[in-house]
Design a protein around this ligand. Structure first.
Ligand code: UDX
Length: 453
């Protein structure tokens, strides 16, 4: 292939590393910069600081093209485009904390040759604000491009290499053109590539909004189906059947209609709040998003009510949690439903055991008082109830008869509607999902668990 543009990537978290390795895989030399010297040292030893399927292999394969350094001038020397992938965590007020972004902006020299390409999720208006800062600091030659990232943890590498869309927001200058060129191979044939990516080239503010609005919409879809699930529980409908019926309408689509115990992760809770705050700061009250957040908070707690319905008081009861990470195939514990759930259970007097295939080590310091087991069956041993929190494949494959045989009680709450309820009931378990009828030990015989019954 033709000579590929070298790039710099500032920040070696999930987004930064995946972006760096993705561009290296497409043929670019990539300089990765991070202020965390320890992290850079690890990367230079070939260690990958995060768990992400396929990432380690791709780093290894592209080792020659990757440079890891704490020295930003190495990136400035070798590359025109500096992708910014630093954290923008929520502050106490719910607004995004842009201090890491501003530190990067401040570290840029006056240059007519460079551009910042923003990958971090930032409030709408950030690009224009940064351009003003550049102007004030006499760096108005520095270009700015918004290029939001839509990767999902667990499938981040393949999401990068096979994007639904590539959004480039810029001022119609060389920098925007160069970013489009970098992504060209991943774009649809009409755009000169051989991938699935549709190109959306637009202005900076619109690109910033695409990201926030997409995440807020997906979060809304989840809170919506969760509320439908809650109504299903009151009315005897089955949310899985309902979602199947709804999803066949092309305008609705089948994805992100899985009811459960709420969304977590580094993006949805943060971005929904950030968009709500952004609207509020500009004088607009974004009503819908308040509910999306509130429904999600309540959804994490509804499991407590289900357990109390089956067990009576939770004082002294032993509850086993299967899965801790905010979703399968990641070790990420940010905003994981397991955190709220385990704390609530302990507050209600229960003894909590838990197992996660990958996240246990990271979760341990966050789960004071929770006994972590080495496998699902050990976690369930002696438990009055088991709650499926994260739908790892190995839990879908669990031998439910064995699970039942090691438990003291017979209650199985499926917080992700991931298990076969009939199989659970046949194994002698009292099975209850989210938004579905509960099943008892008599196969196929639904029992009414309508609240108050
Ligand atoms: C998300 C977006 O999907 C991605 O485009 C963006 O760039 C970052 O945020 P991610 O945080 O990795 O990605 O997780 P995702 O797979 O979207 O799941 C988010 C949460 O929603 C998880 O807690 C998951 O369990 C929950 N979820 C998802 C549901 O409860 N129901 C669903 O139907 C789908």
């Amino acid at each position: 292939s033709a000579e590929r543009e070298p790039v710099g990537v500032i920040g070696t978290g999930y987004v930064g590393l995946v972006t760096a390795v993705g561009f290296a895989e497409l043929g670019s030399d990539v300089v990765c910069v991070d202020i965390d010297a320890e992290k850079i040292a690890r990367l230079n030893r070939g260690e990958i600081p995060i768990y992400e399927p396929g990432l380690a292999e791709l780093v290894e394969k592209n080792r020659e093209r990757l440079t890891f350094t704490t020295d930003i001038s190495v990136a400035l020397d070798r590359a025109r485009l500096l992708f910014v992938a630093v954290g923008t965590p929520p502050t106490y007020s719910g607004d995004a904390d842009l201090s890491a972004v501003h530190a990067v902006v401040g570290a840029m020299p006056a240059s007519d040759r460079h551009a910042l390409v923003m990958k971090s999720t930032v409030p709408v208006g950030t690009g224009e604000a940064i351009k003003r800062v550049f102007a004030e600091q006499g760096k108005s030659g520095f270009r700015y491009v918004s290029c939001p990232e839509f990767l999902k943890e667990g499938t981040a590498v393949s999401d990068f290499l096979a994007p639904d869309r590539v959004v480039v927001g810029d001022d119609g200058d060389w920098a925007g053109d160069a970013v489009v060129e970098l992504y060209r191979p991943l774009l649809v044939p009409d755009e000169g590539g051989n991938g699935p990516g549709q190109l959306v080239r637009t202005d900076i503010a619109s690109a910033e909004m695409v990201k926030l609005a997409s995440n807020a919409f997906l979060a809304t879809k989840i809170s919506f189906i969760n509320e439908i699930a809650n109504v299903c529980e009151e009315t005897g409908a089955d949310v899985v059947e309902v979602a199947r019926g709804m999803g066949l309408d092309e305008r609705i689509g089948p994805k992100f209609l899985n009811a459960g115990i709420g969304f977590g992760g580094s993006c949805f809770p943060k971005d929904v709040t950030a968009l709500k705050q952004l609207a509020g700061n500009s004088g607009y009250h974004f009503q819908l998003l308040n509910s999306v957040i509130e429904v999600n908070e309540l959804q994490k707690r509804r499991v407590i009510g289900k357990l109390e319905k089956h067990l009576g008081t939770l004082i002294g009861k032993r509850i086993a949690l299967l899965g801790l990470a905010f979703k399968p195939n990641t070790d990420d514990m940010r905003e994981a439903s397991s955190l709220v759930l385990s704390a609530r259970l302990q507050a209600a007097g229960a003894e909590v055991t838990a197992f996660d295939p990958i996240a246990s080590e990271i979760a341990a310091p966050m789960l004071r008082g929770v006994t972590l087991a080495d496998d699902a069956i050990t976690a369930a041993r002696g438990a009055d109830a088991v709650v499926l929190v994260t739908e790892w494949q190995e839990f879908r494959d669990l031998d439910l008869a064995e699970l039942r045989s090691v438990m003291a009680g017979d209650v199985l709450i499926d917080g992700r509607n991931a298990l076969d309820g009939d199989a659970a009931a046949s194994a002698g378990l009292r099975y209850e999902g989210i938004g579905r009828r509960a099943l008892t030990a008599e196969p196929g015989r639904p029992v009414s668990t309508v609240a108050g019954a």
